[in-house]
Design a protein around this ligand. Structure first.
Ligand code: DAT
Ligand code: MG
Length: 135
């Protein structure tokens, strides 16, 4: 069964969008196979975002991800990795298409790091690596 890692980031939990985001995943037909509310430490986040180390938004990204609880979900279904990326929409919520999670529910808040509600693995390799970090 194909699986992906979905994270509902601290902005999504703070804004009480957990139910709405999960609803969209389930309405699409994907299965929530595992789920937990976590307050990750820096070590876990450093592993998760290793590809972004050294980028100008890395520190703000770490601080943002440490700013409150996160919901981690193992989401399953045929082609769910690309399917969830499509549901999430583009990284920049200002440009994300209406109809997507980021396009409908987020915007630019003028912060150093883009706050865009959700993370979704971007490939089979990332999904396997990231699911092992969070579950
Ligand atoms: P995605 O989450 O769409 O896979 P990413 O992996 O390139 O995007 O980046 C991880 C997160 O970092 C992203 O969700 C928001 C933030 N981010 C990415 N590029 C950024 C930038 N140029 N400025 C500020 N924040 C950025
Ligand atoms: Mg990414």
């Amino acid at each position: 069964m194909t699986a992906t890692l979905v994270l509902i980031k601290p902005d999504g939990v703070r804004r009480s969008l957990v139910g709405e985001i999960i609803r969209r995943c389930e309405a699409k037909g994907y299965k929530v196979a595992d789920l937990k509310l976590v307050e990750p430490n820096r070590e876990i986040l450093a592993k998760h975002y290793a590809e972004h180390e050294g980028k100008p938004f890395y520190e703000p990204l770490m601080e943002f991800m440490l700013s409150g609880p996160i919901v981690a979900i193992r989401l399953e279904g045929e082609r769910v990795i690309e399917g969830f990326r499509s549901l999430a929409g583009a990284t920049d919520p200002t440009l994300a298409a209406p109809g997507t999670i980021r396009g409908d529910l987020s915007r630019d808040w003028g912060t150093k790091v883009i706050q865009n509600l959700v993370h979704g693995s971007d490939s089979e390799e990332s999904a396997a690596r990231e699911l092992a970090i969070w579950f």
